[in-house]
Design a protein around this ligand. Structure first.
Ligand code: TYD
Length: 138
C-alpha cells in the first residue's frame, strides 16, 4: 500500500515596496476543503506540541511568524521539516504521526484542517499509532 508523506507547498508571494503578501486557497494551494483554522502561539521554550496523528484530518501548517520544526513518521519512514518562511506550507496527509518542536520566540503556527475538531479523530499514543498502522497495512 502507498504510504503518504508530508510535502512542502510553495505559497504565492506578492512583493512590492510596501511589503509582502501571501495567501492560500482551498483545493488550489491545499488539496482539501478548509473546515478549520487554529493557531499555536506563546509556546514556552523547549515545549513540544502536536504529538499525535489524525485518522481522517488532513492539514497544512504555516509558520506565519518565527520558526519551528515538524518531525513526522508514517510507520515506515520518518523525516523533519524546518518551517521558517510564511510563504511555505507543510501539507500533512491523514494517518501521519507528527510533532512540532523547537519553537522560536514569538513564533506563530497556523494550522488549516480538513475536518472540524473531533477528539475521536485523534491517535494520541505511539502504541495506538502502531495498532492503527498495522490494521491499515494488513
Ligand atoms: P491538541 O490538538 O492536543 O494540541 P497540540 O496538538 O497542539 O498539542 O489540542 C489541545 C487542546 O485543545 C485539546 O484539549 C483539544 C483542544 N482543541 C480544540 O478544542 N479545538 C481544536 O481545533 C484543537 C486543535 C484543539
Amino acid at each position: 500500500m502507498k504510504k503518504n508523506k508530508p510535502c512542502l507547498i510553495h505559497l504565492p508571494k506578492i512583493s512590492d515596496r510596501r511589503g509582502n503578501l501571501s495567501f492560500v486557497e482551498e483545493f488550489n494551494h491545499v488539496p482539501f476543503k478548509i473546515m478549520r483554522a487554529y493557531w499555536i502561539y506563546d509556546v514556552p521554550g523547549g515545549e513540544i506540541r502536536g504529538g499525535h496523528a489524525y485518522r481522517d484530518n488532513e492539514e497544512t501548517i504555516i509558520a506565519l511568524s518565527g520558526s519551528f520544526n515538524i518531525a513526522w513518521n508514517n510507520g515506515e519512514e520518518s523525516g523533519e521539516f524546518l518551517l521558517n518562511r510564511s510563504y511555505y506550507g507543510l501539507y500533512i496527509p491523514n494517518g501521519i504521526w507528527r510533532e512540532i518542536r523547537d519553537f522560536s520566540t514569538n513564533s506563530l503556527a497556523l494550522i488549516l484542517g480538513s475536518t472540524p475538531y473531533d477528539e475521536k479523530d485523534y491517535i494520541r499514543t505511539p502504541q495506538q499509532y502502531e495498532r492503527f498502522y498495522h490494521e491499515l497495512c494488513q
